[in-house]
Design a protein around this ligand. Sequence first.
Ligand code: ZN
Length: 349
Amino acid sequence: MRKIPLTPRPPLPQGERGSKKDNLLAPLPLRERGWGEGYKQALLALLLLIHGAAIADTFGYPLEPQQIAPDTYVLEGKTEDFSRKNGGYIVNTGYIITADGVVVIDSGPSKRFGEQQRTLIEKATGKPVIRLYLTHHHPDHFLGNQAYGEIPRYALPASKQAMQLEGEAFTANMYRMTGDWMRGTSITLPDKEAKAGTETVGGHQLETIALSGHTPGDLALFDHTTGILFAGDLVFNNRAATTPHANIAAWLTALEKLQSLPLKMIVPGHGKVAQDKAPIEQTRDYLQWLSATLKQGAANGLDMNEVMQTPIPERFKAVALAHSELQRSVSHLYPALETDSLKPAKQAE
Ligand SMILES: [Zn+2]
C-alpha cells in the first residue's frame, strides 16, 4: 500500500524553486519547452475563460446613478444587443425622489437587475420605493418586477395584456441570450392600471401619457416639476429603433405628441440622455427612412434579403446597431408589405 505523508512538505527555500511540477503557479517556460503557438493560444483562451467566469460569477450589474435634475437619476445601459457579458443591461431605467418616497421607471431585464436596482435606490436615497411605472411590455423593461412584489406597479392595459401573452416566451429567450444572469426570473405582472392624466406625487407633478407605436401600449412619463421626460422606447438616441411590435404610423403620431411637450431633458429607452429634442427628431427621421425603404422595396419587387442589404444613410452612421436592426425590421415588417404590394396583381388575375 502507498504511504500517504501526513505532514505537509516544508516550503522550498528562496531561490530554489524545485521541479516544474511543484510550481503550478509559476509562469510556464513555453519557449524552453518548445511548445507551439497553438498551445499558447489555447492557454490564453483558457485563462480568458476563467477570468470571464470569475466576473460572471458575481452577476453584479455596473449600476451607476447619473443625476440629471434635482431628485432625478438615470441608470444608463449600454447600446448593445443582449449578451452573456452585459446580462441584458442595455436599457435605461430611472428614478425620481419625491417627498413621499421614490418613483421608479422600469425594472430592467432580470430578477437580479430589479433586486440590485431597488437595493441601490433605497440605500442611496434612504427612502422606500413607493411606485413603479412600466413603459411597455418588452423584456428588458419589466423582468425585474419580482423585486417590487409589494410595490404598486403601473402599466397601460395593452402593455399588461402583452406581458401576460408574451412574457414567458420573452423570459425563455432572455435565458438563451444572457444565460445565468436570468436565474430565478419569472413574470410578475403590473397590478395597477396607468391612466392618462396628471397627478402630484410627493411634490412632483407627474403626467402619464398613453401612447402606442413602438408597442401597442407605450407609457411616457413627464415630470412637469423638473421638465424631464421618460420616453421609454418611443425614443432611441444614437441606437437603432427596434420594431418587433411596431406600428410606424402610430409611432410617428406619438413622437409628435412628445415633441409638443415643454421638456428640458429626454431620457430615451436606449442611448444617452439628451438636453434637447434631437433624439425625438432622429427617431422620427430613422422611422420615416425605414418605412420608405421597405415600401420602396416592396413596390420594386425586391425580396427580403435584397432589402436587408440596403446601405445605411450617412446621417445614421453614428447610430449603433443600425445594420442589424434594419435586418430585423425587414423580417418583422416586410412580409405584410409584400403581401400588400401583391394584392392588386392578384386581384387582376
Ligand atoms: Zn422596447
